[in-house]
Write a protein that binds this ligand. Sequence first.
Ligand code: ADP
Ligand code: MG
Length: 412
Amino acid sequence: MRTLDDLLSVGVAGRRVLVRCDLNVPLGAGEHDRREVTDDGRIRAALPVLEKLLDAGARVIVVTHLGRPRTLFGQGAPDPEYGLSPVADRLARLLGRPVTAALDTVGESARLLADELGDGEVLLLENVRFNPGETSKDDAERLEFARELAELTGGEDGGGAFVENAFGAVHRKHASVYDVATLLPHYVGDLVRDELDVLGRLTGEPARPYVVVLGGSKVSDKLAVIEALLPSVDRLLVGGGMCFTFLAAQGHDVGDSLLERDQIDNCRRFLAEAGDKIVLPTDVVVAEDVAEDVPAETVPADAIPGGGKGLDIGPDSVRLFAEALSGARTVFWNGPMGVFEISTFAAGTKGVAEAVAAVDGLSVVGGGDSAAAVRALGLDENAFGHISTGGGASLEYLEGKDLPGVSVLETV
Ligand code: ADP
Ligand code: MG
């Protein structure tokens, strides 16, 4: 795999370089109800690669997706709700340089602006998912769109190059992630390289004890990763919405908590296979509704009242999980322990995050919401060994799946 430094060493001044970033950040209402980036972690993570290229005089064309644009007018049609202008604003502020934002992905605006780009300047294309070719299942349609993207750089003969820096998207066989790399000289960006290095340390021979903490909303999302990790971990701590299917598998009543009935058998099998490796919460915080200011109470995990929703793990569980984490040498954490977005249900996630941060060894946080939780709860990002920018991608890597956006870089 050729690296960004390989590209820099052959020289990029005056060349147009397409950089696939993952600037898929959460947006909320800001001043005057304007859409505003509410967590810019992914934008900040993309900066070093962009700065390296810009300092070397490259003409940088950034391409990213944002959310899943509605399909009202045919798949991927422009949806103003998912336009990239708030991202362009934040990127410019963080880079400390102007960022030109194209009005389209490969249309007139993008082509003109790409042509006019000067050395050390940045162009951000509009949300790449506005073009149906991006996510098409039809190889020819995807390749066609990738060709248009590659043309913005002038193509291989015109000095164009492609840098893959969107770790959060490498598990997708999309035009701007996969196909475009087949058309241009391609290089792995530092962000993707670092992610692969760290995740490689989890799958190789991790220092023991190796403890994995899983949470988040659904067991079904995490089934494959549980299956893949169970044999190699020393402890698997389960919290979040998914713990209730495990509690149900043990025969407990979980009230109105999140429950995936069709996964109960799988959970039962995991519990049988894992022996005492799987650790479940001993108490949970329940309320009648998922809302701010609802009365909440902490109850034993085997005594959830009918009608009650389990929305966080309780303080005893936090102690239990923290104890399991205290001696760990390698930790992977994916998925919040509760509905951390609401302060009443944030203590479990905060407590476990603090215990993960305190680990003396390698601690890795994977998952978009988990990384957002670390920042939203005011924890020091630097206390963690690594905060992955890719939720799905890091899980698929740990499951041992092929990542199309990475393996394509291994081809010449
Ligand atoms: P990640 O993005 O880190 O992989 P997920 O997307 O799997 O995490 O899950 C995150 C979501 O899970 C959060 O929005 C959180 O509110 C929700 N969640 C956590 N615990 C619960 C629970 N007990 N009940 C319902 N939702 C939960
Ligand atoms: Mg998520």
